[in-house]
Ligand binder design. Structure first.
Ligand code: IFM
Length: 444
C-alpha cells in the first residue's frame, strides 16, 4: 500500500482532529554559539557516549533554515507543529532573558501562526543548561524552582502566540536514561539517582503548570509522557510485567492523577526513595488541559529471581533502532490508561519509526515506515472507538535529526535530511501523511 487510510466515519477523518509533526530543539537546531551549553553538549563531548561520535553543533541547521523549514511544514498540510524551546538559548545564567534567543522563537511562532499552523510548545525536551547540572541537575530540588522561573520568562515573552504548552517531554527518559542507567545526558549511573531525579522533574512539572495556569490560562497546558506497555512472557510472569509497568510507566502518571507513586515504592530500599516533601503531591497533581502520549513499542518481561524482572530481547519485526513493531499494544495502552485514570483530552504527541532509508533518484520510498504509520493510526482509531478521548496525532519526526545516543545513524523523519547539503526531501511516508491530512480537509 502506498497511502494511509482510515475508515470514512472515523473521528480521525474529521477536520477538527489535529494532525501535526514534531521535533525538539537540541535534535534539529544547531546554532550553539548563540546559546549556553547544555547537558547534551557535554555528553556528546564525552568519548563513547554517542554511536557516531557526533553532536548537536549543526544538526539540521534549523536555527538558520527555520523559514524554509516552516515552508516545508506548511507543504505537509499539517494543522500543528510541536517544537521545543531550548532553555539555555532563552535564559542567561543569572536568570535574565536572552533576548536574541527569545526573538528566534518569536519569529518561528509568528511564522507558524501566519500560516494557521498551531504551535504546540514543549518547554523541556532534555536540554538542561549545563550550569544547572553543575549544581546537581535534576538531583537538586532547586532545579525544579529554576524551571518555574524559566516557564515564567517564556510565557511572558511569548504572549498569546502559543496554542499549547507541555511542561516536560518524557520525564522517564530524563530520569531513568539520564540518571539511572546513564545512556542519556548527564550520564549518571546508579539506582539511587533515578527516582530522585524523577521526583524533581515531576515537581518541576507541577510548578510549571501553576505558572502556566496564571500566565497562560488560554493555552492547552499539560505534559507529555512516554509509555512502553509491559507484557509477560507467560502467565507466570505477570507480576514481573506489572512491576516493570509500575517502575517505568505508572511512576510518571500516577502521581499526577492519584497523588501517589505506585505501591512498589515500598519495596525500594531507602537509598532509592525520592525525598518527598509535604505538599509535593498537591503541586504535582495540577489539573491538565491535555495529556500528551508518546508511543513507539512494547516490552516483554519474565521473572528474574535476582532483579525482580528481566526484559526479553524484542522479537521481530523490529524497526531499524531494534524496537518491536506491535501496534495492538498501542490500543491496549490507550484503553488501559483510559480505564485507570480520569484522562483529559489526549494527544498522541509522538509516534513513528526509525527505518534504514535509502535515497534513490532523489526519492525515499519508505514503505516500511508507511506501513508502521498505517498500522499505528488504525490502532489509535481503535482506541477512539473504545471511548478514549483522543484529539490529535503528531508524527515523530518532521525530519531526520540527532537521535540522541544513536547520533545521526537512525532516521525517524517523514522528511529525509541530507546532512552534507542540508537538503530536505519528503519521503513517501511524508507524502502519504500529507494526503491523509489534506483529503480530510477537502471533505465537504
Ligand atoms: O527522538 C526521540 C524524541 O526526542 C523523544 N521521544 C522518542 C524519540 C525517538 O527515540
Amino acid at each position: 500500500m502506498n497511502k494511509l487510510e482510515l475508515p470514512a466515519n472515523s473521528v480521525m477523518q474529521q477536520p477538527s482532529f489535529v494532525y501535526g509533526v514534531a521535533t525538539a530543539s537540541f535534535q534539529i537546531e544547531g546554532g550553539i554559539s548563540d546559546r549556553l551549553a547544555c547537558i547534551w553538549d557535554t555528553f556528546c563531548a564525552t568519548q563513547g557516549k554517542i554511536a557516531d561520535s557526533s553532536n548537536g553543533a549543526i544538526a539540521c541547521n534549523h536555527y538558520n533554515n527555520w523559514q524554509a523549514d516552516i515552508d516545508l511544514i506548511e507543504s505537509l498540510g499539517v494543522d500543528a507543529y510541536r517544537l521545543s524551546i531550548s532553555w539555555p538559548r532563552v535564559m542567561n545564567e543569572d536568570s535574565t532573558a536572552n533576548e536574541k534567543g527569545l526573538a528566534f522563537y518569536i519569529k518561528v511562532l509568528d511564522a507558524l501562526n501566519a500560516r494557521n499552523i498551531k504551535p504546540f510548545v514543549t518547554l523541556y525536551h532534555w536540554d538542561l543548561p549545563q550550569h544547572l547540572e553543575d549544581k546537581g541537575g535534576w538531583l537538586n530540588r532547586e532545579t525544579a524552582y529554576k524551571f518555574k522561573d524559566y516557564v515564567a520568562l517564556v510565557t511572558k515573552a511569548f504572549g498569546d502566540r502559543v496554542h499549547s504548552y507541555a511542561t516536560l517531554n518524557e520525564p522517564f527518559c530524563s530520569a531513568y536514561l539520564g540518571y539511572e542507567v546513564g545512556v542519556h545526558a548527564p550520564g549518571k549511573v546508579g539506582k539511587e539517582y533515578g527516582k530522585k531525579a524523577a521526583h524533581h522533574l515531576l515537581l518541576a512539572h507541577g510548578l510549571g503548570m501553576q505558572v502556566l495556569q496564571k500566565n497562560s490560562p488560554h493555552t492547552l497546558n499539560g505534559i507529555v509522557l512516554n509509555f512502553t506497555p509491559c507484557y509477560p512472557e507467560t502467565p507466570a510472569d505477570k507480576a514481573a510485567a506489572n512491576y516493570a509497568d509500575d517502575y517505568f510507566n505508572q511512576w510518571y502518571i500516577k502521581p499526577i492523577f492519584d497523588k501517589a507513586y505506585p505501591d512498589i515504592i515500598n519495596q525500594l530500599p531507602a537509598s532509592q526513595q525520592p525525598e518527598i516533601h509535604e505538599g509535593d503531591f498537591d503541586i504535582i497533581a495540577q489539573p491538565l488541559d491535555f495529556l500528551g502520549i508518546n508511543f513507539y513499542t512494547r516490552a516483554i518481561y519474565r521473572t528474574d529471581e535476582q532483579a525482580v524482572f528481566e526484559q526479553l530481547p524484542p522479537p521481530a519485526p523490529t524497526t531499524d533502532i531494534g524496537w518491536e513493531i506491535y501496534p495492538s499494544s498501542f490500543t491496549d495502552l490507550l484503553t488501559d490508561l483510559h480505564a485507570r485514570y480520569p484522562l483529559p483530552p489526549v494527544y498522541i504527541t509522538e509516534n513513528g519509526a526509525a527505518m534504514a532509508d535509502t535515497l534513490v533518484d532523489g526519492k525515499v520510498n519508505d514503505l516500511d515506515r508507511l506501513d508502521y504509520y498505517q498500522q499505528h493510526l488504525v490502532a489509535v482509531n481503535h482506541a477512539i472507538e473504545q471511548g478514549v478521548n483522543i484529539h490529535g496525532y503528531f508524527a515523530w519526526s518532521l525530519m531526520d535529526n540527532f537521535e540522541w545516543a544513536e547520533g545521526y545513524l537512525k532516521r525517524f523523519g517523514i522528511v529525509y535530511v541530507d546532512y552534507e547539503s542540508q537538503a530536505r526531501i519528503i519521503k513517501n511516508s511524508g507524502l502519504a501523511y500529507r494526503d491523509l491530512i489534506t483529503s480530510r480537509k477537502n471533505k465537504p
